[in-house]
Structures are given as structure tokens and as C-alpha cells.
Design a protein around this ligand. Structure first.
Ligand SMILES: [Zn+2]
Length: 343
């Protein structure tokens, strides 16, 4: 959900303007192209990243956040825009290691619903993580703000962080999640004390997938240079449930409140686009997934062979026993006959 900031210019994001859209129903994602033609384009996001087809590119440098640890502001604005929770970021937060210098605009989340774990947008080999955070930046060398940049190829750069459930709460995420109760309804905003935004990112900023895509919500402009980190960040189940279960997609005055859940878009066609990885594949050119598959495959093969040998041996033993039995019975039948004529 990137639209929120597009109305902002650094101010508190208001409710999105333009044609109404949702994830399900008559205004759901399959109808987005009707009001927003770019949503039917051939370079849309998110995608299902097939790790074995990702092209390793050793020239891709680590992502380097600048000013993330001390954002230099007393407080951030956190808003419920009816589609997600958005934290507005000052442009003093920069990201280097991209083709140009990008300035931060906002971050927001995508999630599922209580009792159902999966709500991320980008998939890794078909796996959908519990949730996903997007940190949105704009090309500060060419554009004054994200609203301008969103119309131009490569105008935006988004960092995608996959969130999985682990045993411990992640303290950095509490800086945001503990304030969701103040923005239950669409249109509400609250102040969040400043904290290190870098602590929301995974430890390894040198491991990521890179491709050209789009905003994952209307207007779906195809202007995003995507970086999806390979490592997920782990939050606790209680934290995930806070994200899944606190917000409404409707305003406070709405007589029939609707929970803000399942705000993720289905994966889009890759359409000949190349997905790069900043890291080499595993041994002998295999990706980690393939190595795991090979190990499991070899294990299963060995087990199968052992079982086959066992059954063959068992059958041979049984046949030999049967032959011996026949010999024994034949001889035992012969014995009395041999003995019979004895007077
Ligand atoms: Zn998003």
C-alpha cells in the first residue's frame, strides 16, 4: 500500500482519494484495472520469487541505510488510511547501495487475519510469510517527493521485509504495534516517539532479491525498484495478532465497522522480468532450496532403495524357505515310502 504517502508531502496521510478499491468484493483486486489501468500492466507487484531462477549478480552491493538509527525527529506520525497502518518517515532517512540516492517517505504493513498466519505479499518459492513491511523511498536526485517520483520508472525504491512468527517479541516492532490502539479507525493518526528504524530491518542487508515492479495497490504505477530481503524478521504471535486484529478499514462513524484484514495482493505474472539475487547460489550452482531438495531427494531415494532391497531379500528368503520346505516335505514323503517295503 503505497498510495497513502502519495497524498502526503510529509504530512499526516489522509484517507486516500480517487476511486474506491478493496482487496475482495466488487471493488476487489481483480477489478483494479477497470479504474486504474496500470494495475493490468506487465510489470506488476508483488511476485512469487522462484529462488532457483533468480540470477546472482555479484555487483549488487549491500543496502546501506543512512540516518535510520537516529531519525532526527522527535516523533513520527502513524496513521490508519483504511488500507494499512502507515508510519511517515522524514526524507533525512536515506538508502544507499541503490543506483541513485533514495530518500524515505513512509513504511507500512500487509497482513492476513487472526487465526490465519499468512499475509505477506511477496512469496519465496510459493511460501507466504505471516506479514510484510514495505519501506518506501523516492529518488531524491531526480524528484522533490514521492508523489512526483511515482510516475517515473525507477522513481521509487521499496525495501520489502518478510515477517515470520518466532518465539520472542521483537522490541523494535513494539515502537509501532503498541500504538495501533490509537488509530483503530480509518482516518485516525497518532504521534509515535522516534526510534531506530534500522532495528526493523533484518540483520543481513547484503542478502536480497531485486526486480522492477509496481506499487502493490492502486494506482499500481510501474515505477518501483524492489528489494526483498532474503532473511525474514521474527515477531511474536502476540505481535502478529496485534497487527491482524486491531484496525478497522472503516471510519469511526461507520455503523457497520469492517476489520482491516487480508490487505495483501495476489502474486502477479513475472512476464519475462529478471529477478536478481545479491548472493551466489549454493554449491555447484544450486540454490539453497535446490540443495535442500537434493538432500531430501537423495535421502528419500536411499530409503526407497533400502526398502526395495529389503523386500527383494525378504522374497528371496521366503522362496528359499519354500524350496527347502518342498524338499523337506518331498523327502519326508519319500522316507516312509522308502521305509514301507520293509517287511
Ligand atoms: Zn505495500
Amino acid at each position: 500500500m503505497l498510495r497513502a504517502l502519495l497524498l502526503l508531502g510529509g504530512l499526516a496521510p489522509a484517507l486516500p482519494a480517487g476511486p474506491h478499491w478493496a482487496y475482495e468484493g466488487p471493488h476487489g483486486q481483480h477489478h483494479w484495472p477497470e479504474g486504474h489501468p496500470a494495475c493490468g500492466g506487465r510489470a506488476q507487484s508483488p511476485i512469487d520469487i522462484q529462488t532457483r531462477w533468480a540470477q546472482p549478480d555479484p555487483s549488487l552491493p549491500p543496502v546501506r541505510p543512512v540516518g535510520y538509527q537516529r531519525p532526527g525527529t522527535a516523533a513520527f506520525t502513524l496513521a490508519n488510511n483504511g488500507h494499512t497502518a502507515v508510519l511517515v518517515l522524514p526524507p533525512s532517512l536515506r538508502v544507499q547501495g541503490l543506483p541513485r540516492s533514495f530518500a524515505a517517505a513512509q513504511l507500512h504493513f500487509h497482513w492476513g487475519r487472526p487465526g490465519r498466519g499468512a499475509g505477506a505479499e511477496h512469496l519465496l518459492d510459493g511460501h507466504r510469510a505471516a506479514a510484510e513491511m514495505h519501506v518506501v523511498h523516492y529518488d531524491a536526485e531526480r524528484f522533490a517527493n514521492a508523489s512526483q517520483a511515482q510516475h517515473h520508472a525507477g522513481g521509487l525504491a521499496v525495501l520489502g521485509v518478510l515477517l515470520e512468527v518466532g518465539s520472542d517479541p521483537h522490541p523494535a516492532y513494539d515502537n509501532i504495534l503498541s500504538h495501533l490502539g490509537s488509530i483503530r479507525y480509518a482516518g485516525q493518526t497518532t504521534a509515535v516517539p522516534s526510534f531506530s528504524v534500522q532495528d526493523l530491518l533484518p540483520p543481513r542487508l547484503d542478502l536480497y532479491y531485486r526486480y522492477n515492479g509496481s506499487l502493490t495497490t492502486p494506482p499500481c504505477f510501474q515505477s518501483v525498484l524492489w528489494t526483498v530481503f532474503q532473511q525474514p524478521v521474527h515477531i511474536s504471535l502476540a505481535q502478529l495478532e496485534q497487527l491482524q486484529g486491531t484496525l478497522y478499514a472503516t471510519e469511526a462513524a461507520e455503523p457497520e465497522p469492517q476489520s482491516l484484514v487480508d490487505n495483501f495482493r495476489e502474486p502477479q505474472e513475472l512476464n519475462q522480468r529478471l529477478v536478481l539475487s545479491s548472493f551466489p547460489r549454493g554449491p555447484k550452482g544450486y540454490s539453497t532450496g535446490e540443495v535442500v531438495a537434493i538432500i531430501f531427494g537423495a535421502g528419500a531415494g536411499c530409503l526407497g532403495l533400502c526398502l526395495a532391497l529389503y523386500f527383494v531379500a525378504k522374497r528371496m528368503r521366503a522362496r528359499r524357505a519354500q524350496q527347502q520346505d518342498v524338499v523337506f516335505k518331498a523327502s519326508s514323503r519319500r522316507t516312509p515310502t522308502a521305509d514301507a517295503p520293509r517287511p
